[in-house]
Design a protein around this ligand. Structure first.
Ligand SMILES: O=P(O)(O)OC[C@H]1O[C@H](O[C@H]2O[C@H](CO)[C@@H](O)[C@H](O)[C@H]2O)[C@H](O)[C@@H](O)[C@@H]1O
Length: 362
């Protein structure tokens, strides 16, 4: 691909790069500008690193130390390296030619907008309709940090695959579609962290108890992992809340911590993540060792990076980061918000219908 890093473009070109890089066949290898930092450090530095990483996952504005011209240059440079998937739609479809598209969709911040109350992160009816149409065209999976049952209650589409708890709870469709016609076969069900259930319940109770003194703190049981929410906590209390989490977590060497959008997530130390879940689902769908598959993963959060990286390592398909602000990412493309995700999914549906029509005319 053409390297265009640090190229300055006019302000009106910030949102949409006019000359995005060409796609060489399948995956677009874009070198990382900085490597995601390791958080294996001790003491107060560790707490600060957790908080910095959490802030970086959910930027609400450009760096306050930057001048407007630096902000504009950073954004332009980032957009040139991660162009809009809508602007690049035709090139993406060209790259998928002759391959089977498989769709992987994160939930929060991708299909539903980020809101203060995690129990009210509803998906719009129009997004549900679009995802339903998408699943008629391509095998489609929801891959989320949420508890699988909870995300199912939001999405309510039985024809999809669901990978809850960051991929540690995978279940196949319960309604038949053209991708799972064999109703006699057992639906895919995979729970690699099953033995951690009692430990997760225990740590959940302890976190609820420990954090109850912090106004706005909220602990969510996601079955095989636990989320501690910072979104409604005053920023001056964040360090205290992180200390509370750490004091509980240090008693559980079999659990580890990751950071998301104003959330700390506690999960088993097993080597399993959204990237492994993506690979597992591709195998379940019969695409193990296939070169003619084109997986598309859309997500907004730090934990989605494991899936973006998996695609990069496999040299297949592409990752799309949902973000309004530049972020360090392994994704190749960007979309700004869930409404743009819906537009992109609708274009995929239209493209599929048109290619079927064209084939039937031949
Ligand atoms: O993998 P995801 O589907 O992106 O799940 C990650 C976390 O998503 C939820 O939290 C996020 O969305 C909330 C609702 O918009 C928001 O209030 C919170 O600040 C975000 O971090 C979910 O509640 C968490 O349990 C997931 O870990």
């Amino acid at each position: 691909m053409t390297q265009q890093q640090n190229v300055v473009v006019a302000a009106e070109d910030i949102k949409r790069a006019q000359k995005p890089p060409a796609i060489p066949g399948g995956y677009i290898p874009i070198p990382r500008r900085s490597v995601l930092k390791s958080l294996e450090i001790n003491g107060p530095e560790r707490i600060n690193a957790w908080l910095d990483s959490m802030r970086a996952s959910s930027p609400t504005h450009p760096k306050s130390s930057s001048t407007p011209s630096q902000i504009s240059q950073d954004h332009s440079s980032w957009i040139l390296n991660h162009p809009s998937a809508l602007d690049m739609f035709d090139q993406i479809m060209d790259a998928s030619k002759g391959k089977k598209i498989v769709m992987f969709l994160d939930y929060d911040g991708t299909l539903s907008p980020i809101v203060d109350d995690p129990d009210r992160a509803f998906m719009s009816d129009s997004m549900r309709k679009t995802v339903r149409k998408l699943a008629r065209c391509f095998p489609t999976a929801i891959v989320t940090g949420r508890c699988r049952d909870k995300v199912y209650n939001f999405v309510r589409l039985a024809e999809l695959y669901y990978a809850g708890s960051h991929g540690m709870d995978i279940k196949g469709p319960t309604r038949t579609s053209k991708y799972n016609k064999d109703t006699k076969a057992d639906p895919v069900l995979f729970q690699p962290a099953a033995q951690f259930l009692p430990l997760i319940d225990e740590v959940y109770q302890q976190l609820v108890e420990k954090t109850k003194s912090t106004p706005g703190a909220r602990v969510e049981n996601n079955k095989f992992c636990v989320s501690v929410h910072f979104r409604c906590v005053e920023e001056k209390e964040w360090s205290e809340l992180a200390q509370q989490v750490r004091s509980v977590l240090k008693k559980y060497p079999k659990l580890r911590l990751s950071q998301g959008r104003k959330v700390l997530e506690i999960r088993p130390t097993i080597k399993w993540d959204k990237g492994k879940a993506l690979e597992f689902l591709l195998e379940s769908l019969g695409f193990a060792n296939c070169s003619d598959v084109f997986p598309v993963y859309i997500g907004d959060d730090r934990t989605d990076e494991d899936a973006f990286k998996k695609l990069r390592d496999r040299g297949q398909g592409l990752g799309i980061l949902v973000s309004k602000f530049p972020k360090d990412t392994n994704a190749s493309y960007s979309l700004q918000e869930p409404t743009e995700v819906m537009d992109f999914l609708q274009r995929l549906v239209d493209w599929k219908k048109e290619s079927l029509r064209a084939r039937s005319r031949v």
